[in-house]
Design a binder for this molecule. Structure first.
Ligand code: SF4
Ligand code: SF4
Length: 312
């Protein structure tokens, strides 16, 4: 009996016979020894990502909740398919129910909740989401991730709620958008913006899907770029965005990438937090659609032509 794992192009066969196992370890050691310093550093980083990917966390640290599927911007290969999505807003009653259940399961312990989209500021009534998230998770960091294009249109009611419910506005920085005026406007209400990830402008990334689902889901998961991006959506927990949102891609491009009942957890049926932690730490059937090995940085932020090739 053996298992084969392919990491960075290196095929590792985990076998039970000691002599063969030692040979494999020697092979791996030689592979590492032959690398340059930079390659070695990259390898070490990737290995630590893999360990993190397969480790079961001791507790759930965050979830993302989308407030609007669609977006008013048009980024190349948008990871949430928002530039090809039909307008759809989150329902406050459903989000309240989901957050309440999650609060019960986690004993209200979450490091942070990310309210995002699409563009969440398109939602015509966003303040109740701030209120309910804060009521359920009194001590958590609550972020609102936005492309910032609509921040200048927000009035006193919005900024008062941001302060009252202690919402951290975390815009994505795009090189083509000048944020100075927006920063000053937020500051006039006593709010400081904290850019998502870092102050560096967002770079487009090509993250293609395999329309035929022919990838090895174990390998895709192991090298996955979205570790533990837990999504809470319409009564379900997903370990990442693609299975939660693929219906948008399917509908727009007339495709049929399948989401099965093993790709998510029904929140109502979850018994305890551990069940969620185990679920987000293992591959799902949908991983067979992710061509993780083909991911490529595009060297800057690009706009979308809304063609299927950006995602495939
Ligand atoms: S701003 Fe964000 S959600 Fe909107 S198109 Fe760009 S990446 Fe997608
Ligand atoms: S489906 Fe699997 S490989 Fe694709 S993003 Fe999610 S966890 Fe990663």
């Amino acid at each position: 009996m053996f298992t084969v794992i392919r990491i960075f192009g290196l095929k590792i066969k985990i076998i039970s016979k000691t002599r063969q196992a030692q040979a494999r370890v020697r092979e791996l050691k030689k592979y590492i020894d032959d690398r340059s310093d930079e390659q070695y550093r990259n390898l070490a980083n990737k290995l630590s990502n893999i360990v993190a990917r397969w480790s079961i966390p001791v507790r759930l640290d965050h979830v993302s909740v989308s407030l609007a599927d669609h977006c008013n911007y048009n980024c190349f290969a948008c990871m949430t398919f928002s530039n090809i999505a039909k307008p759809k807003f989150a329902d406050i009653e459903m989000v309240t129910r989901d957050l309440k259940k999650l609060a019960e399961l986690t004993n209200k312990r979450l490091d942070f909740i990310n309210l995002y989209g699409g563009e969440p500021l398109l939602h015509p009534n966003i303040v109740p989401f701030f209120k309910v998230a804060r009521e359920m998770f009194v001590d958590s960091r609550i972020t609102l991730t936005t492309n910032a294009t609509l921040l200048l249109k927000q009035g006193l009611n919005f900024w008062t709620a941001v302060k009252e419910y202690n919402i951290d506005i975390t815009p994505t920085r795009y090189s083509e958008l000048n944020m100075l005026e927006t920063e000053k406007y937020a500051a006039s209400f006593g709010v400081e913006l904290h850019y998502w990830d870092s102050d560096a402008p967002r770079e487009s990334v090509y993250q293609p899907l395999d329309l035929k689902g022919g990838q090895n889901n174990l390998t895709s998961f192991t090298n996955c770029f979205q570790p533990n991006c837990t999504i809470l959506r319409e009564g379900r927990i997903y370990p990442c965005q693609p299975p939660a949102l693929i219906h948008i891609f399917n509908e727009h491009f007339n495709q049929c990438l399948e989401v099965s009942k093993f790709d998510y957890l029904e929140l109502d049926r979850v018994q305890d937090e551990r069940e969620i932690l185990e679920f987000i730490s293992r591959p799902i059937p949908f991983c067979r659609y992710c061509k993780v090995w083909a991911h490529k940085r595009m060297g800057g932020h690009l706009l979308s032509q809304r063609e299927i090739g950006e995602w495939t």
